[in-house]
Design a protein around this ligand. Structure first.
Ligand SMILES: Nc1ncnc2c1ncn2[C@@H]1O[C@H](COP(=O)(O)OP(=O)(O)OP(=O)(O)O)[C@@H](O)[C@H]1O
Length: 363
């Protein structure tokens, strides 16, 4: 296992990149701890595969270095990086038994058969295939084959890192939950450095201790699932994490007051005078409906009952706004406004969150 360091890493698929948008991956420097569970999360085209391919050695970065521990591996091919990979689709040998498939990476490294047997039994147990070890892989379902791929990815204990690229894509929805939980458990037990690429927030948030949210070739925030929810550093993080995501409203901010759709909303901090595109962000969990004209004018469009709470979807001056109403709480008749909780309001300038402590010092 190894700590992974990215130093001024950047990549462009063009021969002579000049503009910012020419870079699929913008320059980044970061370190991922040995034994950490990380997720790279973002929508299609944000650069997740590019970054993963650089880590695995499939792609040489246009700029910067990548280190495993103290070793510079930037120029090393995949085979020499001592990593395990699990891809979107199963990679299994159809003619081999489940046992031989799981044993393959160990035998490849010359492990003694007695040890192979012990480790294979252990992994088969983890992936719930202990009673299928003598079955041939051919004829198994895509689910079962992908479980073998996951098992093969985890069978070696001496790898620098295990990379997962959307590994649950072909897995049946009810099985996804089980495998996610198992992966988390495996991480706790074996402490491998794991990097998990996905566009699915649930997968990222349940699996990883640290989630790297990527947007437009950048890691816009790296943090715990809680930090991403509590203080999204970029509007994309607010919007992408949460269900529904954070509401964003155009605003003018002066000191500790935001003017939104003609209403004055108190803020928990003073922000001085802000220049640029100013918005406030507030999660649907932290807004309250009112029919007394308090707060910001709000018009309900529809109500969705999702069991444990209701999602009220509406508009503030043409901007979509969602409010979560907890179970047992009424939706006021003739709702005409919405009241954001000042403690949970974030202020954004040109999509980046303004740190209230810094804003206060600057004011
Ligand atoms: N081989 C390539 N040649 C040229 N451009 C590429 C190549 N691969 C990716 N890109 C571009 O680089 C950017 C990042 O793509 P990348 O595949 O890394 O994103 P992603 O987040 O993994 O998306 P997806 O989930 O769809 O795979 C995109 O604009 C994409 O079009």
């Amino acid at each position: 296992m190894a700590k992974i360091t990215l130093e001024n890493l950047a990549h462009s698929y063009l021969p002579n990149p000049t503009r910012d948008e020419d870079w699929a991956l913008k320059s980044m420097t970061m370190a991922w701890d040995d034994g950490g569970a990380y997720a790279l999360l973002g929508s299609s085209g944000c650069g997740k595969s590019t970054l993963l391919n650089i880590i695995s050695g499939l792609l040489r970065p246009s700029q910067g270095r990548i280190l495993f521990g103290d070793q510079d591996v930037t120029g090393l091919p995949t085979l020499d990086r001592n990593i395990a990979q699990v891809f979107q689709f199963p990679v299994v040998y159809d003619t081999m038994s489940v046992r031989d498939n799981l044993a393959f990476p160990l035998r490849n490294r010359g492990m003694a058969e007695a040890q192979v047997a012990t480790r294979v039994a252990e992994v088969a147990e983890m992936i719930g295939m202990a009673d299928m070890l003598d079955r041939r892989a051919r004829g198994l379902t895509a689910d079962a084959k992908q479980k073998i791929s996951l098992g093969r990815g985890m069978v070696r204990q001496d790898v620098n890192a295990i990379l997962f690229d959307e590994p649950l894509t072909v897995i049946d929805p009810h099985m996804k939950w089980e495998l996610r939980t198992q992966l988390k458990d495996l991480h706790r037990r074996f402490g491998h450095t794991m990097i998990y690429v996905t566009h699915d927030q649930t997968e990222a948030l349940t699996f990883a201790d640290q989630v790297m949210v990527m947007y437009d070739g950048r890691v816009v925030q790296a943090g715990t699932p809680q930090a991403l929810f509590d203080a999204p550093e970029h509007t994309f993080v607010g919007y992408f994490i949460g269900s529904p995501g954070m509401n964003l409203l155009d605003a003018q901010v002066e000191g500790a007051t935001a003017r939104i759709a003609g209403a004055s909303v108190p803020l928990a901090n003073g922000y001085g005078a802000l220049a640029g595109k100013v918005q406030i962000g507030i999660r649907p969990e932290f807004m309250r409906l009112s029919n007394q004209g308090q707060g910001v004018p709000f018009r309900i469009k529809r109500v969705e009952d999702v069991g444990h709470h209701r999602i009220v979807r509406g508009q503030v001056e043409g901007q979509e706004v969602n409010v979560i109403v907890p179970e047992g709480q009424p939706i006021p008749e003739a709702t005409d406004s919405v009241i954001p909780d000042p403690a949970h309001i974030h202020v954004y300038v040109d999509d980046w969150r303004v740190d209230p402590a810094q804003a206060e010092r600057a004011a």
